[in-house]
Design a protein around this ligand. Structure first.
Ligand code: GDP
Ligand code: MG
Length: 439
């Protein structure tokens, strides 16, 4: 199962807060493997993986999220961008034409869709125009009986266009007309000519292309031909209950500029689902619920953006408050240790930072968390000027937040040290500081 090797790769990145180029390349390679094995078109895979790679290298994971989750969010967004939402199907009167090769699942899908619309409270009818395949009439009749929906067909007629015309008239009291058509084993001109004629008689509101999930690289040709001849508004992918993942649908959607309407997941009339990008993409990649994950990262990003109101330059001007310290800790979490950041500022390397004890700027994740909790227990005035925090308040803050009193002492000591350092920086004012901290 290639999907699981993507999962394995992603799992090895679990603890990392940022990804280097080699990590990103590895992830992108695994995504390519998964998508290719799911029959996604090679060109599309390359396009997708290029944009995923670029974004994964350029965009910073927000504080509080792992690089792994961030990359998965990017993957999900790029895939949704390509696949889109489900084809719109307003619950109203409409005519739907089904196109596709023989065996793709048109007749089955026609009955399934009729069943689906009937469950939505509409009166559907299926019109069977396939005069090509022996048994097509009986099959459609049986399936529409199972679905308990209206059916029109004529086992003795040999003109599909005439059947379509008669069928629409005979079922004129139905609200949703689903017109099933014949297929061929391969794309042939007479198949295209026939469906074009039916299309002009039926004048459908929607033409859906029915594709077997195992279609693979052949999806491109089919999608192009049907798009040129009748115009495709949506795709139905069938046989998703099998092993095929239906990556060919991406090709079809891309070629026709349409979207996916339904998924077929079995042989009975109830085995139909409206398309929903999350489940489909997660399955395609062999990953869990990517949407949920993506939303989690999204929330973390919003929180980070709120903090970004903080301007490091303010810190240089006024007093260095506990709030500044907190913001700086969060910035560090995003950028890496402050001393390394400082080293990158021209003219500062080997300067002030070297005069500080080694661990002065080393705020570990664990300490940061308790610092955060402690600061949550402080008043606004205390955050602005921690020197007002007397011994009694110290006890109560520590007690109230469930953090050892030594940690609070550490926090206050750390603040004093950073404040001194910042005062030495003050007046540097060439914008370098700001650029480095805002990143
Ligand atoms: P058509 O030639 O395009 O009309 O295709 P059919 O509707 O006759 O389907 C061809 C075969 O695929 C039939 O044996 C169906 O039972 C089967 N089939 C269609 N849709 C599905 C599906 O979603 N799952 C499974 N397992 N079989 C399906
Ligand atoms: Mg059929």
């Amino acid at each position: 199962d290639l999907g699981s090797s993507l999962r394995d790769t992603m799992d090895t990145l679990r603890g990392k807060s940022r990804l280097d180029e080699a990590d990103v390349e590895e992830v992108v390679r695994e995504i390519q493997r998964s998508l290719l094995s799911a029959d996604v078109d090679v060109g599309l895979v390359m396009e997708l993986s290029d944009s995923i790679e670029t974004r994964a290298l350029e965009e910073e994971p927000p504080g509080g999220t792992t690089a792994r989750d961030h990359v998965l969010k990017i993957v999900y967004e790029e895939m949704v961008g390509l696949i889109g939402e489900s084809t719109e199907l307003p619950l109203q009167e409409q005519t739907i034409l089904l196109a596709g090769l023989q065996g793709s699942g048109k007749t089955t899908s026609a009955a399934k869709m009729a069943w689906w619309f009937s469950k939505k409270g509409l009166r559907p009818a299926v019109i069977q125009t396939d005069t090509f395949r022996p048994g097509a009439y009986d099959q459609a009749k049986q399936m529409t009986e199972d679905a308990e929906v209206q059916f029109y067909g004529d086992p003795d007629a040999d003109d599909p266009v005439q059947i379509a015309r008669d069928g629409l008239e005979a079922t004129s009291d139905a609200e949703v007309h689903i017109v099933d058509t014949a297929g061929r084993h391969a794309l042939e001109d007479d198949l295209i000519a026939e469906i074009e004629e039916i299309d002009s008689v039926v004048d459908p509101d929607r033409s859906l292309l029915v594709l077997d999930a195992a279609i693979g690289q052949g999806a491109k040709d089919q999608a192009q031909r049907f798009e040129e001849s009748i115009g495709i508004d949506g795709v139905v992918i069938t046989k998703l209950d099998g092993t095929a993942k239906g990556g060919g649908a991406l090709t079809a959607v891309n070629e026709t500029g349409s979207s996916i309407a339904f998924l077929g997941t079995g042989e009975t009339v109830q085995d139909i689902e409206r398309f929903e990008p999350n489940g489909f993409i997660s399955r395609l990649l062999g990953m869990g619920d990517l949407k949920q994950l993506s939303e989690r990262v999204e929330r973390a990003m919003e929180e980070t953006q709120e903090e970004d109101d903080w301007d490091p330059e303010d810190m240089m001007e006024g007093e260095f408050t506990l709030k500044d310290m907190r913001n700086q800790m969060r910035a560090m979490d995003r950028m890496g240790p402050l001393d390394q950041v400082m080293d990158m500022i021209p003219g500062l390397g080997g300067g002030i930072m070297d005069q500080l004890p080694d661990d002065a700027m080393d705020v570990t994740q664990d300490r940061m968390r308790s610092f955060d909790i402690l600061m949550d227990s402080m008043t606004e005035a205390e955050l602005e000027d921690p020197s007002v925090i007397g011994a009694e308040r110290q006890r109560r803050i520590a007690h109230g937040s469930g953090v050892p009193a030594e940690r609070l002492e550490e926090l206050l000591e750390q603040h004093r040290m950073m404040k001194r350092t910042m005062e030495q920086f003050a007046g540097m004012g060439d914008g370098d500081m700001q650029r480095m901290m805002k990143k």
